[in-house]
Design a protein around this ligand. Structure first.
Ligand code: DGL
Length: 262
């Protein structure tokens, strides 16, 4: 493993591409491998043990392709497996997602923040510990929008169903006085315009991707593994249909990319 080794990134599907975008913006010379477990998306409604097992499998695939660091670009997998992955692979650095409750609690003026995430993310110990550590004086409202990951995965960002799911999640939160919405699932940044249209401009929507990219940069720098000379590139892999992911990446990143099946 050296500076030119890839940064491994995985998610259940296309959600982690929101994190990949932030990673590439900050680390344009890195070689990324993005792995989408689309044969098994969504992870959110599954038992934690299953998500943990899938996360170990995805990590092994990324390590088999020489990854120098692993970004778990999935809140659900981070909640279910990050602790376990760090124990199981002690020689590799992991960057995981956690709902951005801390910056929300620090900046809320109304003292009420809303968090959107999958059921498994809310069940995990990680979420409880984040709330306990950073949001003791704040009211944290939570909602797991059923079916939203599936709609986003299908590219239906503006469908009536997506808008209904979002309104059902957000309007009761607004009625209780939120001024901040935390996106606790990496699929959700793709519908930020739709969320912002519902909550209005005075509600802050927090996408943690830039902070995650900064954390990856810090870890790589401290390990002496930053690639500053490129060539920056991305290779995509999926456990699902490569042609489908190729079209999705084209829409989301505006690029024609090579996608391989696993
Ligand atoms: N993008 C994921 C997350 O951040 C997973 C969503 C899912 O597969 O349910 O939680």
């Amino acid at each position: 493993m050296d500076k030119r080794s890839p940064v491994g990134v995985f998610d259940s599907g296309i959600g982690g591409i929101s994190v990949l975008k932030a990673l590439r913006a900050l680390l344009p010379d890195e070689f990324f491998i993005y792995l989408a477990d689309q044969a098994r998306v969504p992870y959110g409604p599954r038992p934690i043990e299953d998500v943990r097992r899938f996360s170990v499998e995805m990590t092994r695939e990324l390590l088999a392709r020489g990854s120098k660091i692993i970004v778990v670009a999935c809140n659900t997998a981070s909640a279910a497996a990050l602790h376990h992955l760090r124990k199981m692979f002690p020689d590799i650095s992991f960057v995981g997602m956690e709902p951005a409750v801390k910056p929300a609690a620090e900046t809320t003026r109304t003292g009420v923040v809303g968090v959107l995430a999958t059921p498994a993310t809310f069940q995990g110990e990680l979420f409880a510990s984040v709330v306990e550590r950073f949001a003791r004086d704040v009211r944290v409202l939570q909602h797991a929008p059923e079916g939203l990951v599936e709609e986003i995965e299908a590219g239906r960002f503006d469908s009536r169903k997506t808008l209904r799911i979002l309104r059902n999640a957000l309007l009761p939160m607004l009625a209780q006085g939120i001024d901040t919405v935390v996106l606790g699932c990496t699929h959700y940044p793709f519908v930020i315009p739709q969320i912002q249209a519902i909550v209005g401009e005075n509600v802050r929507v927090i996408d943690p991707s830039p902070a995650i990219a900064a954390q990856a940069q810090r870890l790589l720098a401290s390990a002496g593994l930053l690639n500053l000379h490129g060539p920056g590139q991305v290779r995509f892999f999926t456990t699902g249909d490569p042609e489908r992911l190729r079209l999705q990446v084209g829409t989301l990143l505006g690029e024609d990319s090579e996608v391989e099946g696993l």
